[in-house]
Design a protein around this ligand. Structure first.
Ligand SMILES: [Zn+2]
Length: 298
């Protein structure tokens, strides 16, 4: 039966931002291989008050120490994914809507972004296996994003002597949302930085792809280069997936089962109580395509 490595999502019941161990204790009994740690910019009124930084700011070291928790004895098998600023609309302390700007086109900003990640990782005690970034708006070209991914990998190599997997997560309202845009992005990466093709890739979010492509979903999914796929986000508009969803899960899981290395799957649900069922849904969907093609028992 084809398997997957599961990523325990950022559920609301744990200490927000917080530390590694509290999340690992939830993840390990479910057999998850990774936990997700949020690495947003200053994101709400509480964080503005605690840090003294404005909403949407890149965290400085003292804010990192205020918002995250440091654990002393980390298990050797603990691995995590750092989910960075998603650039979705938020409320500032006065109730106004604001959206953080992702400036991949600005090398100075990319360096500051990378420094924030390194401060978080240094404080938590270990570097992440995976970093997820988002494309932002159209002012960032595909080449800008590729160059930034390369810079983030280099910064981690210099700081820790390890290279994380840096994944781009497409989004229905951002500059990379469709299968053809993902394909064009991947072609740009292989053109200007082919040496990072094994350390970079796409976190595919079928719900967001469906929201962008609508009735052309099958065609759009078909345009995503299979060799770019490193991880999958499974949800139905942030609710648990089910066979009744508009996303054609059998087609999606057929693709997941076909990736050449063990796929990583993040069930994107926000409540602890919903994680086990979301993982089971994925396990059953992954088992199903093979069962359909399996020969008779020997
Ligand atoms: Zn995201």
């Amino acid at each position: 039966m084809p398997g997957a490595d599961y990523i325990y999502p950022n559920v609301t019941e744990v200490t927000q931002r917080g530390g590694l161990l509290e999340r690992w204790r939830l993840a390990e009994p479910l057999g998850c291989a990774y936990i997700e740690i949020p690495a947003d910019f200053v994101k709400n009124k509480t964080e503005v008050e605690r840090t003294g930084q404005e909403i949407g700011s890149i965290l400085n070291r003292s804010s990192v120490e205020l918002l995250y928790e440091q654990d002393t004895a980390l298990p050797g098998n603990l691995r995590y994914l750092l989910h960075t600023e998603p650039a979705i609309p938020r409320r500032d302390p006065h109730g106004r809507q604001t959206t953080a700007n992702l400036r991949w086109r600005d090398p100075g900003w990319v360096a500051d972004f990378g420094d924030m990640l390194l401060e978080i990782e240094d404080f938590l005690g270990i570097p992440p296996e995976i970093i997820e970034i988002h494309p932002g708006d159209r002012r960032n070209t595909h080449a800008d994003i590729v160059t930034a991914m390369h810079a983030l990998i280099a910064a981690h190599w210099n700081a820790f002597g390890t290279e994380p997997l840096v994944l781009l997560e497409h989004h229905k309202d951002q500059s990379i949302s469709t299968g053809s845009q993902i394909r064009s992005f991947w072609a740009t990466l292989k053109d200007i930085h082919p040496e990072i093709a094994g350390l970079a890739g796409i976190a595919l979010d079928p719900w967001h792809l469906h929201a962008a492509a609508k009735e052309d979903f099958p065609g759009s999914l078909g345009e995503v280069p299979p060799d770019s796929l490193r991880a999958f986000h499974i949800h139905n508009d942030l609710r648990p997936p089910s066979p009744e969803d508009r996303v054609p899960w059998p087609q999606v899981f057929g693709m997941i089962a076909d990736v050449s290395k063990t796929p990583r799957i993040k069930p994107v649900v926000y409540q602890k109580s919903r994680v086990p069922a979301a993982i089971n849904f994925c396990r059953e969907m992954l088992a199903a395509p093979r069962a359909a093609y399996a020969g008779p028992p020997a």
